[in-house]
Design a protein around this ligand. Structure first.
Ligand code: ZN
Ligand code: ZN
Length: 168
């Protein structure tokens, strides 16, 4: 029986966490395209049955893999673009996280990389990190973006306002 830890909705770029599911409730992502149904076997929760079109979601038995992939959903396209480029250039073990408001990329070089390849990989990673500072990590907007908050996030004006309203 397959153990799915997380499901990523490709439509709204949201992650459904299936690791701590203890109820029989169907969980839907915000846009409603993808749902996860929890099944209990012998008193243990094992299996998440998926609802929705298979092209709308990606499932994984490794929660962190999808978290990394999503690492701040506004950067999703940037992430996809640069991990593809980095892999093509010879980078391996690519790991992405958010740090001080920018998308930080960690990686190793494959054995095949020569010095020029390494330089190109470094250049690409720096380019992606620089670009992330101009893209809202919440919605992907490139307008009125700034670094804010204690846990420094890169957000656009609209998302900052939305968050302030949610707090009230
Ligand atoms: Zn969705
Ligand atoms: Zn935004």
């Amino acid at each position: 029986m397959s153990q799915i830890q997380a499901v990523l909705c490709k439509k709204c770029k949201r992650l459904l966490d299936c690791r701590k599911s203890t109820e029989h409730n169907i969980k839907w992502c915000k846009c409603g395209a993808v749902g996860v149904d929890v099944e209990e076997v012998g008193g243990k929760v094992y299996y998440c049955r998926l609802l929705g079109n298979s092209e709308d979601y990606e499932e994984s038995d490794d929660y962190h893999k999808l978290v990394d992939k999503l690492a701040w959903r506004g950067w999703y396209n940037l992430y996809e673009e640069y991990t593809t480029k980095l892999k093509a250039a010879g980078a391996i073990d690519i790991y992405v996280k958010q740090k001080y408001g920018f998308m930080r990329i960690e990686y190793n070089y494959s054995d095949k990389c020569n010095n020029a390849d390494r330089a190109e990989i470094n250049r690409l990673a720096n380019e992606a990190e620089d670009k992330s500072l101009g893209i809202c990590n919440e919605c992907g907007s490139e307008e009125d973006v700034s670094q804010v908050g204690i846990w420094i996030e890169t957000l656009c004006k609209q998302c900052i306002e939305k968050m302030e309203n949610d707090d009230e």
